[in-house]
Design a protein around this ligand. Structure first.
Ligand code: FPP
Length: 261
């Protein structure tokens, strides 16, 4: 995606950091970056605060990350906001998160307009509170004709449920004769996933140092490069994003082939 190099340089003008924009090859920015935003609760608890304060602080990191991705010319950003397993959290925390998703979305719509960001959701939205759903629909409608970065929010998302849903849809189509057995291909599966139409992520970032996928994009991450930072999500900023991109650019992606020189 095109980007404004003047704006980007101004955005990264703080020389106090141990990394600078000059270390990044701007022609090799990952096209799709996906993030498991983790550590909000621990960030808050370490400060003697309620976990909810961590989620509120996490919104600021997310806003900065959307802007960072736009500035760098990332084509798609996807983030794991709420998993199918997160319903097991205390009801109060679930309610807060649902409320936060809705209020944040309304508040950030001007940013999406300003930066031409198109919104989409990954996950089963039917189980969400009506109010949250209404706001999500508004976000989809208002950004539908935007042509800039795609921003995918995974809410009530679980990868196994997603793959099961795709398998059921294929089985139905085969049973009805709409699809022949020979046409059951990787593309047929991909096109039935919530991510249909999005390229697979090039880079997956996970914060808070955990080394697991937590049922996130199991199919789509087959050849994705991982970057794990010990920083909690509320401490994640444009500089940590740059470190992740630097790490990504130092990798040799072979996609199962041989080393390219
Ligand atoms: C992980 O931290 C974070 C979440 C489950 C929720 C993610 C939500 C936000 C970043 C808030 C903003 C998002 C939107 C879309 C407005 P955790 O609670 O699992 O932290 P812990 O592992 O330290 O307990």
């Amino acid at each position: 995606m095109d980007f404004d190099s003047k704006k980007l340089e101004a955005y990264y003008s703080d020389a106090r950091e141990d990394i600078s924009l000059s270390e990044i090859d701007l022609d090799r920015i990952p096209s799709h970056v996906s993030i498991i935003m983790d550590g909000n609760g621990r960030w808050a608890q370490e400060r003697g605060l309620d976990r909810s304060r961590g989620h509120v602080a996490g919104v600021d990191s997310l806003r900065e990350t959307v802007t960072t991705c736009v500035r760098l010319g990332v084509d798609a950003l996807s983030v794991y906001a709420f998993s199918t397993e997160n319903w097991k959290r205390p009801q109060r925390e679930v309610n807060l998160l649902m409320h936060l998703f809705a209020t944040t979305l309304v508040k950030e719509l001007p940013l999406f307009h300003q930066e031409n960001v198109r919104l989409r959701f990954l996950g089963d939205l039917e189980a969400l509170p009506k109010e949250t759903l209404k706001v999500f629909q508004r976000g989809l409608d208002e950004t539908a004709d935007h042509t800039g970065m795609e921003f995918a929010l995974a809410v009530n998302y679980g990868s196994r449920a997603e793959i099961t849903r795709a398998a059921r849809s294929i089985a139905q189509d085969v049973a009805s004769g709409a699809l022949s057995l020979d046409d059951v291909s990787e593309e047929a599966i991909s096109s039935r996933l919530y991510t249909s139409g999005l390229p697979d992520p090039d880079l997956l970032i996970r914060t808070s140092g955990e080394l697991r996928l937590s049922n996130y994009l199991l199919w789509q991450l087959a050849y994705t490069e991982f970057y794990v930072t010990p920083k909690y999500w509320p401490d994640f900023d444009r500089w940590e994003f740059l470190r992740a991109v630097r790490a990504f650019q130092s990798r040799n992606r072979r996609f199962g082939g041989v080393v390219s020189k």
